[in-house]
Design a protein. Sequence first.
Length: 307
Amino acid sequence: MASLRPMRAYLAVPAHRARLVAKAAASVADAVFMDLEDAVPPSEKSLALNEAVQSLASLDWGDKRVTVRINAVDSPFIAQEIRALAALPRLDAVIVPKAERPSDIAAIAEQMRAAAPDRTAPVALDLLIETALGLVNVDALAACHDSIAALHLGVGDFAASIGARSSDIGVSPDGYRHVGSAQTGYASAPLDLFAYPMMRLLVAARAFGLQAIDGPCGAFRDERLTEASAQKAAAMGFDGKQVIHPDQIEPTLRAFMPTAAELDQARRIVEAMEQAEANGQGAVTLDGKMIDYANVRMARRIIGLGS
């Protein structure tokens, strides 16, 4: 794993909105990214960069992971952003949007290092996978440079990239459902547009030791939908989820914390296996189910999430 620092609730904030940035720094989010890209109009790009630099130097970020989403590789702003950000000691990573080609990502990583040759720990890269091409190339992207720390799924742009008929961020289109035959009364079951891209990104992240961050739920005032969306990502094994409003932080954190029942069961599994080992066994029955080392590995991850 590239980083053991929690990134369960990863708050996005427009970099040119100084008041919102200060609130983000004081929030209980695990990670914050100041956005220089989609949340900032072209006329405000220079101001946003200056505000991000100032905020990194002056605000108390506690133990948060602090990142900046730079503009895309073909943007006229990216070179200036790299020069301004690379040497800042409080910057943990930059998020690269529209990550599609490994050669572009490797070039950005090397430019970051060249811009701050005396920095002890190079700035990490988080890659935002938000197009069809990016998802097709996700394995190569994950492996293209040793500074890559995490993969994020950009749910809104990804849906647009594949032509999905939805205007809601992070929600499957109403029409995307399986409809049965006349014999079953045309019963229907909704389908999840993001099941495949989420799993595809998650597998790539795990294969190369990276963290996996799900995209945001656009309905930021809907606490139930926010938490349900985060529960899905947590259940799959994601490390965290982007949030676009402070009201989403608490329900997202709840979703990524194991319940008391989950923690109790995980501890029972570990204890049962430890007892089995003491008796010279490699497996044991618990509650009528066979427990082996795969169960223990899963249980220990749950215990770690609750610590």
